[in-house]
Design a protein around this ligand. Sequence first.
Ligand code: 13P
Ligand code: SF4
Length: 302
Amino acid sequence: MITKEDVLSLKKQKNAIILAHYYTLPEVQEVADFVGDSLGLSQKAAQTDADIILFAGVHFMAETAKILNPSKKVLIPDMKAGCSLADGCDAEELAEFMKDYPDHKILAYINCTAAVKTMSDIIVTSGNALKIVNALPADEKIVFVPDRNLGDYINQQTGRQMVLWHGDCCVHARWNASMVHELKAKYPNAQVIAHPECKREVLELSDFVGSTAAMLKYVKASEHQEFVVITENGILHEMKKQNPDKIFYSADNQEACICRSMKKNNLENIYQALKEETPELILDEETIEKAKRPILKMLELS
Ligand code: 13P
Ligand code: SF4
């Protein structure tokens, strides 16, 4: 069995950095140099001077790391760690869709493929979407891809009327109002905090809406003791670590709380990937160049 120490010593030997999303398994978060939300992870990927970036997350996140720091070898423990949002927005279909909106800019949630990024004018994450949209001219015509729930939330919050692509997250979109009502009834003293990938009916019942990093910040600063956490369960590891005296509740419904792709990362495949330096995330130069522009715009505005 591979231990934490095995991974840490191999990581040092290879001059590698391990970046992990908050949704990964606790043991994966414990070997990471940095654990964060999509925005924080892309900022770290852009800055690192390690030789290897081992990305414990999903495929589009590793792609983003490669786009931002192409001279590094980017490893992903399981190439099949996909994301329903990225997988549900094919670049060719998007090109077809855009024929109806020739004067619209494409605003893309970072949860999309590199090919979609090459077609986009600007990228956002759930951590900076409102700030970036508010900074755009009021009369800018926008198509938002691929998350209709995040897009709807941005429209609600900013008063925009962005056209929305029809994608959703196969985890967050499972939540509905009756699940939230049930948890509220069960835990009447708890604050409800939710990720903006959830449907409007869920967000309207929540006390706070934000990215994974924003949820962590909110809980830490809050005077409340109990929280219903409406996002992927992996975040509870860091939340409990930062707030040992607070209590967190989630739904019993595994499908609404577990991202199977994030859970594909484990100590065994991380060790193996570092040892063999494979699977490596490869992108052609043209894709990297074109996809980099809208991400850099995002980083400037963040
Ligand atoms: P965050 O950027 O909030 O971490 O979200 C990433 C993600 O995949 C949410 O499902
Ligand atoms: Fe994609 Fe949803 Fe998994 Fe996040 S939780 S990586 S949006 S499938």
